[in-house]
Design a protein. Structure first.
Length: 210
């Protein structure tokens, strides 16, 4: 896990052999702190963020009033901070954090914590929040990461929707969330795509406008 190196003045220092290990441990810390202490360590960071719309203000202060009593509140704050990041350095952290909430992974943590914070309600609330964010006008790379997050939570409803659309052969303009789902499907498909007809996903009127 650690690699020994020599820093300034030839003193020994240790670093993670891969950054993903650090991100996983960070996610584990956030998750366990909430489960054991009912405390959201991401809360202080939220105080330094700016809000883009009233929904985010309401969502934040509602969580503040409740003191982040549910795991989905912690997840929402993590999603929000990840989307605000300009570097994408929280992307893997968010995936790890969401993955830790699954009941199957909770069993692996039994030696660290006796109680679990997983529930179908928490999961569903987190899934719906992520879907709401996907429907917004996000940069492609952020939308793709949110699809990976849904995958961590075991929800592939948007992906199934676009796959059914592709199989149907119908021609209609895609919504922003469907475009993101289409890109995710193309990036994660195990099959090589020999041809991609972009005209199938635009209405004739839209093509003329462009």
């Amino acid at each position: 896990i650690f690699r020994e190196e020599f820093g300034l003045h030839q003193s020994k220092v240790y670093c993670f052999v891969h950054l993903s290990i650090q991100e996983h441990l960070a996610a584990l810390y956030v998750h366990l702190t909430f489960i054991k202490e009912k405390r959201n360590v991401l809360k202080q960071s939220l105080n330094h963020l700016f809000f883009d719309n009233d929904d985010d203000v309401i969502s934040y202060y509602s969580g503040y009033i409740k003191n982040f009593e549910t795991l989905s509140d912690v997840h929402r704050s993590a999603v929000y901070q990840t989307l605000k990041s300009q570097t994408g350095h929280l992307d893997l952290f968010l995936r790890f954090l969401l993955g830790l909430s699954l009941e199957s992974n909770q069993k692996l943590l039994h030696s660290l914590v006796t109680q679990t914070g997983s529930s179908s309600q928490n999961r569903d609330e987190t899934v719906q929040y992520i879907k709401k964010k996907i429907s917004e006008d996000l940069p492609p790379e952020k939308s793709i990461n949110l699809f990976h997050c849904l995958n961590e939570l075991g929800d592939d409803s948007l992906v199934e929707e676009i796959q059914q659309y592709l199989k149907s052969g119908t021609q209609s303009e895609l919504s922003p969330s469907q475009w993101s789902a289409l890109v995710f499907v193309l990036l994660t498909s195990a099959q090589d795509l020999e041809e991609f007809d972009l005209n199938k996903y635009f209405t004739p009127d839209k093509i003329r406008d462009e």
